[in-house]
Design a protein around this ligand. Structure first.
Ligand code: PLP
Length: 396
């Protein structure tokens, strides 16, 4: 049951987050959806069972809880359909498996999330897909890399750890002229700051582990496709048997409701820290698309509505110094920043980035690269923590 007098469209982005995917009057008015734990779903009679003639048939194919999240993501992405998988990594690998076959050529951005490269170099290659990495800054010139069997272009903007912004509309234009599918890992911006499908991307991928879940306690991924590519995605995921659990789907939907305000805070604090770092003599460069000094800032400004709270900086170092030791000394002096993988939670995190797997993209060589996720702490405290680490690590 729905009340009359529904709101006028289009809704503002935070209103959309609050309302997306679930109508409380579908379940007695309770504000949040029920958490349905299930495998078996019963049919009222054999004829209904024979024709799968009801909305739910078996829990791998969805439950009211997972549907509430999928419907919410569809609205936020502007997608024809969304599947849930158990991690962000599985979201990318499932998308690649859905659209690639032996003998196909796939173009993968060189600043891709590291574990995806691992998948491409092992399993995809083993299954006979010709994988080629390309420069994240290539833009229209990606056309020169196309072959008659190029079936897919995988994009990720900004790139993992080095934050290159790709010219997504240019790549989409070339790819579609060659009948190739364009997938995009949009984990950094989320559909709150960038809507890939609106930019012509066919399949939008999100590690919900990060900002949607938002509390460092859930692993999940979503894959959302436009109308043309939804069937193949649904079929592939059905064949693989991946699905999201009701508890995780519930947590991610709960996280989505506050994602807008959290992102605004992550954005404001990370920009303040980035600017503070930029003014220091012990920092060579700050890699953050929201900074005017960053190559690609113009593209970010043209296409994105905001910035996530993760970025990197190059720590100034003597070229004779051991960069790894230098990075470790700095990291060990931090007390508010946790040392750990992933991001999108409330706590600030730091790590030393390993770029040894890059083949095409140019990487900083002046000093060690430190990645920061700026959490929801008070910014004065974070800056004081960094200040202390700079002072202590430079004296050793
Ligand atoms: C973290 C991350 C992933 C993987 O997400 P998990 O849920 O940790 O597997 C994929 N892509 C990007 C860009 C990420 O940052």
């Amino acid at each position: 049951m729905t009340r009359n007098n529904g709101p006028a469209d289009p809704l503002g982005p935070n209103t959309a987050l609050v309302r997306a995917g679930y109508d409380p009057f579908d379940y007695y008015g309770f504000v949040n959806p029920p958490k349905v734990h299930a495998s078996t779903v019963l049919f009222p009679d054999a004829q209904t069972m024979d024709r799968n003639g009801q909305k739910y048939t078996y829990a791998t194919r969805g439950t009211p809880t997972t549907d509430a999240l999928c419907d919410a993501i569809n609205e936020l992405e502007g997608a024809a359909g969304t599947v849930l998988v158990p991690s962000g990594l599985a979201a990318v690998t499932t998308a690649l498996l859905a659209y690639l076959s032996p003998g196909d050529h796939a173009l993968i951005v060189d600043s891709v999330y590291g574990n995806v490269r691992q998948f491409c170099d092992t399993m995809l290659s083993r299954f006979g897909v010709d994988v080629q990495y390309y420069d994240p800054m290539i833009g229209h010139d990606i056309e020169t890399l196309f072959k008659s069997n190029t079936k897919l272009v995988h994009t990720e903007a900004p790139g993992s750890n080095t934050f290159e912004i790709q010219d997504i509309p240019a790549i989409v234009e070339v790819a579609h002229r060659h009948d190739a599918v364009v997938t995009m890992d949009n984990t950094w911006a989320t559909p709150f700051f960038f809507r890939p499908l609106d930019a012509g991307v066919d399949v939008s991928i999100q590690a919900s582990t990060k900002y949607p879940a938002g509390h460092a306690d859930v692993l999940m991924g979503t894959i959302s496709a436009n109308a043309e590519h939804w069937r193949a995605l649904k079929r592939a995921n059905g064949a693989l048997g991946f699905c999201g659990t009701p508890d995780d789907a519930y947590q991610v939907l709960r996280g989505l409701r506050t994602m807008g305000v959290r992102l605004e805070r992550h954005q404001a604090s990370s920009l303040a820290v980035a600017k503070w770092l930029e003014g220091r003599s012990d920092v060579v460069r700050v890699l953050n698309p929201a900074l005017e000094s960053f190559p690609g800032h113009d593209l970010w400004q043209r296409d994105f509505k905001g910035a996530g709270g993760v970025f990197s900086f190059v720590l100034a170092a003597d070229q004779t110094e051991d960069f790894k030791l230098k990075a470790q000394r700095f990291l060990d002096e931090l007390s508010l920043f946790g040392l750990g993988y992933s991001w999108g939670g409330y706590q600030s995190l730091a790590l030393h980035v390993d770029l040894s797997d890059r083949r095409i993209a140019k990487v900083p060589v002046e000093g060690p690269l430190i990645r920061l996720q700026i959490g929801l702490e008070d910014i004065e405290d974070l800056i004081a923590d960094l200040e202390r680490a700079f002072a202590a690590s430079s004296t050793v």
